[in-house]
Structure formats: structure tokens, C-alpha cells
Ligand binder design. Structure first.
Ligand code: DC
Length: 222
């Protein structure tokens, strides 16, 4: 089974996906972290976003791996590095480069082969796995999403102001929704879950019920 969780930055996808993956015993894949890893490498190598040949070279030479919550690029751990302001400010643009999108989507489809996965991102239900058995569009108001990101940053010791985070959230929303490449859209058959006034536990329970209902339907077919 593929569970696709799409939604804007800070809608709670990460936490919800992690909890659901543990409860359902599914493999969790954070596709935003993959775009962040490539962005981090672009920054390290000081490559211009116009230099497509160099970007292609980075794509060919970058092996992204997950070990539970940890992210590795060519065996170097970059779990914290991919959450910095520099990466957050550039990742939306990098993720909308056609060559980057194509390479990541291919990798994401391979990662989902022959296993139960829960994959979070922006275009999972619409593009990566259009036949996913369960599609959730997780939403929340921009202010609430910025508040959550700001608190996460504080916990991680990343220094930002709430206003900066809100500005970044709105900037990325705009970029993500208006892009020609892998835009953030609600799949026709997705269930919209608005988490603005829900606790994480309530969101997890809501999605679990949707998954269970789907499982029952699938079993009834056999
Ligand atoms: O979920 P996140 O904030 O870590 O994602 C980082 C960026 O990557 C975000 O600006 C949008 C982009 N992204 C995307 O375009 N498609 C995905 N499937 C996942 C993330």
C-alpha cells in the first residue's frame, strides 16, 4: 500500500508521517529532505541554479540515503545541515528545476517498489504515485504553520524570528503552488485534513481511520 501525504510547509506532514509509519509499520519517505539534500550540495559546490550541466553532475553523483530519521548524502550525515536557513530559502527553487524533479521522482518511485510506504511531499498523490491507495492533503493556516516551524527551529537551536519564518512559509507556498514543475495541488481523490485546530494525535487518528476503511474495502474485493 502507498499512503501519499501532501501539503504545504509546516502543515504537520513530517510528524504525522513519522507517527503513522511507526503505528502501521510502513517505511517513511520524506521527499522534501531529498530536495533539501540536493540543495545543500548545490550550496556546498557553489553552483549557480542556471548551470544545468553542473546540476546534472550533482544529481548523477549524489547518493541520498535515509537511516530512520537521519539523512545521508554520499555517506556523509546532513540531517541538521538540510534544515538551515540557507537551504530553506533556496530549496523551493531547486526543487522546481525540471532535471532535479525528474531525477527525484524516479528515485521516489523506486523507493516505493514492493513495500508498504508512507511518502510525504507536495506532488506525491498527483504525480509520483497517482494510483496511491490513500491520498491525504494536510493543510493548516499560514500563521499556524509558521508558528510550528518557528518552535521546531527553537528546539533545534536554529536562530530565526517568527516573522522570518512566516515570510519564508508564504514565499514557499507561492512558489510551490505556482510552479510549472511538480506544483502543490490537491489530488481529485485526496481527503483534505485541516490540522489548524487539531492536535497531532487527532490528525494521526483521522488518517488511521481513512487507512483502515481503505484496507477493509480492499480486503472485501478479494
Ligand atoms: O517539506 P519540506 O519543507 O522539507 O520541503 C522542502 C521543499 O521541497 C519545499 O519548498 C517544496 C519542495 N518539495 C517539492 O517540491 N516536492 C516534494 N515532493 C517535496 C518537497
Amino acid at each position: 500500500m502507498v499512503i501519499a501525504i501532501d501539503g504545504p510547509a509546516g502543515s504537520g506532514k513530517g510528524t504525522v508521517t513519522e507517527l503513522l509509519a511507526k503505528e502501521l509499520n510502513f517505511t517513511k519517505i520524506d521527499t522534501g529532505a531529498m530536495y533539501r539534500a540536493i540543495t545543500w550540495e548545490v550550496i556546498q559546490k557553489k553552483v549557480s541554479l542556471e548551470d544545468i550541466e553542473k546540476i546534472k553532475e550533482i544529481l548523477c553523483n549524489s547518493k541520498i540515503e535515509f537511516q530512520k530519521e537521519r539523512v545521508f548524502l554520499n555517506q556523509r550525515e546532513i540531517t541538521n545541515e538540510i534544515r538551515t536557513k540557507e537551504v530553506s530559502n533556496l530549496v523551493s527553487q531547486v526543487s522546481h528545476i525540471v532535471e532535479v524533479r525528474n531525477a527525484m521522482v524516479k528515485l521516489q518511485r523506486e523507493m516505493g517498489e514492493n513495500r508498504d510506504i508512507i511518502m510525504e511531499g507536495r506532488d506525491i498523490g498527483t504525480n509520483v504515485f497517482p494510483n496511491a491507495e490513500v491520498k491525504i492533503y494536510l493543510d493548516a493556516s499560514p500563521e499556524e504553520r509558521a508558528r510550528r516551524r518557528y518552535e521546531q527551529n527553537l528546539e533545534k537551536g536554529i536562530s530565526t524570528t517568527y516573522e522570518e519564518v512566516l515570510e519564508n512559509v508564504k514565499f514557499r507556498d507561492h512558489n510551490d503552488k505556482t510552479s510549472n514543475v511538480g506544483p502543490l495541488r490537491i489530488a481529485e481523490d485526496a481527503v483534505i485534513v485541516d490540522s489548524t485546530d487539531l492536535t497531532i494525535e487527532e490528525v494521526v487518528e483521522t488518517i488511521k481511520k481513512i487507512v483502515e476503511k481503505k484496507e477493509k474495502k480492499e480486503n472485501a474485493k478479494c
